[in-house]
Design a protein around this ligand. Structure first.
Ligand code: GDP
Ligand code: MN
Length: 384
């Protein structure tokens, strides 16, 4: 789950990380009032669950209340399209107003989970800001990485090492090192999958301040972060992904036209690879989960079919705890309910697979049954 910038910054503030003074508003008038209160130069920022706002015209530094109000009016109620959103963009319903920082330098710090070291890793760079992806590409030596021992946590010496590595002035070493340790505490205590400050700014008067803030929460820890879960903004989420999440289905929408119904995350990944080997693109990742029942399979299949891009579907199930006949009934129910009749290639092996095949064959659906993944791939080409 993603938090908005204003929510992320409120958390950061709780953890002793300096953030600019400001607030959030839902109307141009409120934005004007906030800007008036803050006085002087302010920055007005669209609050959306996507980065790249700066380049997309979602951020402006303005002088005074009326300019702030005007810019807010141009954002609110519209969709913002950035390089991280789809072409339709995401709706802007809230706008943040903050005292503008006088920027001397933009640096970068983030914490993510690193699969390779099986730990959290702090990533930092002396060149932060909107071109961070380019820095990572063209001067990877400028990106520092410090893996964190999960038992010991981020040690003060590691924070200092990062700060020195970023070539900061001596008086900035300590506040930056402390900030790194505080960000790590936040990351762990709030069960984050990402905590990022880009840019972390060195101001003209030599303070370190988080000018942007991004926090993503690990959905698997939702049960112990109830308060933060209450901050979820469904309006920012992909409708189908949000629906799937509510039914505990792992579903990620992609750009292709082949819907996939699979049980098990590993099998789902392998299935997507197979789809690509025949020159097709998956429309989604979907792991219906081991303990799914008819209802859940029906829901999963309905979600797949609700994506207008889906022209054909590959079902790849290995029946274990989820019996194949149960899955087959769910699929048939979904097609009946949605009145959809897509071309389906189905590979169902394992428990009760023969019942499943019979159910599908007698369903009147446009389905081709296969035994192997190779066959599935070949058939997929035919049902294009
Ligand atoms: P993002 O593009 O979605 O990551 O949005 P950011 O919050 O990072 O803002 C984009 C850019 O706007 C930053 O990299 C800064 O260069 C600029 N910016 C943001 N806040 C301020 C500010 O307070 N003062 C100044 N001068 N520039 C700012
Ligand atoms: Mn940013």
């Amino acid at each position: 789950m993603k938090l908005h910038e204003y929510q992320a910054k409120a958390l950061m503030k709780q953890y002793g990380i300096p953030v600019p003074n400001g607030g959030v508003a839902t109307s141009p008038e409120e934005v004007g009032a906030l800007a008036e209160q803050l006085g002087g130069k302010v920055v007005v920022k669209a609050q959306v669950h996507a980065g790249g706002r700066g380049k997309a015209g979602g951020v402006a530094v303005v002088q005074g209340a009326s300019e702030a109000q005007q810019f807010a009016a141009s954002l609110l109620g519209k969709n913002l399209v950035t390089h991280q959103t789809g072409p339709e963009g995401v709706p802007v319903e809230k706008v943040m107003v903050e005292e503008a920082a006088e920027i001397q330098k933009e640096i970068y710090i983030a914490i993510v989970i690193d699969g390779a070291t099986k730990s959290a890793v702090v990533i930092a760079s002396e060149s932060g800001g909107m071109e961070i992806e380019e820095v990572a590409e063209s001067s990877p030596e400028k990106i520092l990485r410090v893996p964190v021992d999960p038992v010991l946590g981020l040690q003060p010496y590691q924070g200092r090492k990062l700060a020195y590595g970023m070539n900061l002035k001596p008086e900035l070493i300590r506040p930056t090192a402390e900030l790194a340790v505080n960000l790590y505490r936040l990351f762990i205590e709030k069960d984050c999958s990402l905590a990022e400050i880009n840019p972390l700014v060195i101001t003209e008067d030599n303070r370190v301040i988080a000018v942007d803030g991004k926090v993503n929460l690990d959905d698997d820890a939702a049960f112990r972060q109830k308060e933060l879960r209450g901050q979820r903004d469904i309006g920012q989420e992909d409708k189908l992904e949000a629906e799937a999440l509510d039914f505990d289905i792992s579903y990620v929408r992609l750009d292709g036209d082949v819907g996939c119904l699979v049980n098990g995350a590993g099998l789902a990944m392998a299935t997507m690879d197979v789809i690509q080997t025949v020159g097709a693109e998956p429309a989604n990742f979907l792991d219906v989960g081991g303990g799914a029942d008819e209802e859940k399979v029906k829901k999963a299949f309905s979600i797949i079919l609700s994506d207008p891009k889906v022209k054909r579907v590959l079902i790849n199930l290995f029946g274990g705890i989820l019996r194949c006949d149960v899955a087959a009934r769910g699929v048939v129910m979904a097609c009946e309910e949605t009145k959809a009749n897509p071309a389906i290639v189905a590979r169902m092996l394992g428990t009760n697979s023969s019942e499943a095949r019979q159910i599908l064959q007698e369903s009147g659906l446009n389905v081709v049954l296969v035994e192997t993944l190779k066959e599935a791939a070949d058939k997929l080409k035919e049902v294009r």
